[in-house]
Design a binder for this molecule. Sequence first.
Ligand code: TXA
Ligand code: MG
Length: 330
Amino acid sequence: MNANNPWPADAQAIEEAARRLAGAALVAFPTETVYGLGADAASGRAVAEVYRLKGRPADHPLIVHVLDATQAAWWAHWPARAQRLADAFWPGPLTLILVRRDGAPAFACGGQTSIGLRAPSHPVARALLAAFAAHGGHGVAAPSANRFGRLSPTRAAHVIDDLGDEAPMVLDGGPCDVGVESTIVDLTREQPVLLRPGGVTLAQLEASLGEPVLASDAQAPRASGTLEAHYAPATPVELVGSDEIDRRIAWMHQRGERVALWVRSGAGARADARLAMPAEPAAAARALYDALRALDGSGCRRILVERVPDHVAWYAVADRLRRAAAGSNR
Ligand code: TXA
Ligand code: MG
């Protein structure tokens, strides 16, 4: 591992990162959701390197990060609904799936005629996008900076842990504030469709659009974040009701197996590794991947996670936990 990585994200490092992007090299950078593995979205060579390094199937599209609606409209047709959502939530944790313009580079689109666009709010991401624009760039394609199917990184150190010697320059902007990936809404169909829940809620989308937003269905374009087996740590994850936790731990201990636990209640005092889940859903989202990573590294046979309340405010956290459990119990 390069001892100089990650780089503190000062003005000089950001300029160096923009220069590297312009030269078709990769740069990992912080966003308010998770760290991204960035490439010039208009460079086929750079985008191909993202797919290779991530180990991501070629037909899974990437999100292109832009500064604002003006840059977004360079890539895609920009309907009134997009303008409304951008006015309300950009810069921020919302990705819009739009119809790509003829002639706009399609390297990041995984064979779709649509494109995913997001203007992140993290000041380092914005500074990087602005510096890249000064080098003639139009947008940065960036999936989460983890290997395919693994937990998304919410700290610079996670990126380096995960990509190891292959990690490109990583800009360190501290821990991510939202902690789960952006909300994705598809605006290419007759009605808006929510493809992935995140920091912007369905209710917020509907309030801003003044119309219903459908939940994702089988006809939705493929989004790798919507595969069941995604976001999984190596250790199996199991979701458990509050009143079953102690019994489950006792049962595993009888078999000589160590148990890790992420828990909101006072249950599970006998767990071998135990982290407290924040009581507020936004704080739980912020802590989610960090907690699963830490428990994954605790050497336990299984990670138990206390079920979260069945309430819309918990939708994004519940979604990622369900996928982590599905992904690790294949
Ligand atoms: O918060 C985020 O969105 C983070 C940060 C780095 O911005 N990025 C992220 O990227 O989560 P990734 O590649 O891990 O997930 C992007 C999701 C994938 O599920 C991808 O398939 C979907 O967006 N996506 C991108 N373009 C799409 C398109 N044209 N149609 C359908 N889904 C698309
Ligand atoms: Mg991802």
